[in-house]
Design a protein around this ligand. Sequence first.
Ligand code: GTP
Ligand code: MG
Length: 198
Amino acid sequence: MHIKAKFVGSFPMVKLCPQGDLPEFAFIGRSNVGKSSLINMLCSEKNLALVSQTPGKTRMLNYFIIDDKWHLVDLPGYGYAKVSKTFKAEFDKLINFYISKREQLTNLFILIDSNVPPQKIDLDFVEKIGEWGIPFSIIFTKTDKNKKGVSIDGNIQLFKNKMLENWDELPPTFISSAERRTGKEEILNYIFNIIKEI
Ligand code: GTP
Ligand code: MG
């Protein structure tokens, strides 16, 4: 399965983002969750999402056009520990605005690190997105890691259980490893099926 990805641009404000009605699939998660690695894997390119790591780009909405049919959007992460309150508030605002107002947004993928037990910041974020009624799915990342004392399956199950405390149904969930290239087919098929239905 191969897709053709091209970098479109990095935009600091929603109103500057590409016009038109191409459906958008956006990716978000805590810093270091494996977002760039996942995007590179989906696109079969080594350095595609690197652009989002260059200084100054971290607060931007990074757009890629895929097969001339849809946009992949690399969103800034949430929950950075080492940034000022003002900085945090600013990009919370940008993310919240994008997610709640961008009409082209078709599905939000929330990335969760499968190597750590459920984190409050992730649960809170998922809760908020659910409450807002935004279509979303969850991707558990780094499932290849095999650290002593860490149960990947256990962490994933705990996260799902936590969600089920507040919701009757789980959103679609995927497991991925950029290292082993797992999850690519499932995630891309899921996107293709949604696009087909539009
Ligand atoms: P920031 O943009 O810096 O917030 O991080 P990110 O979410 O884009 O994560 P990135 O893809 O840069 O990966 C962070 C670290 O996790 C790197 O050291 C990666 O090599 C590692 N990593 C990412 N994906 C995987 C994976 O599937 N398996 C393993 N074992 N490591 C991974
Ligand atoms: Mg990154």
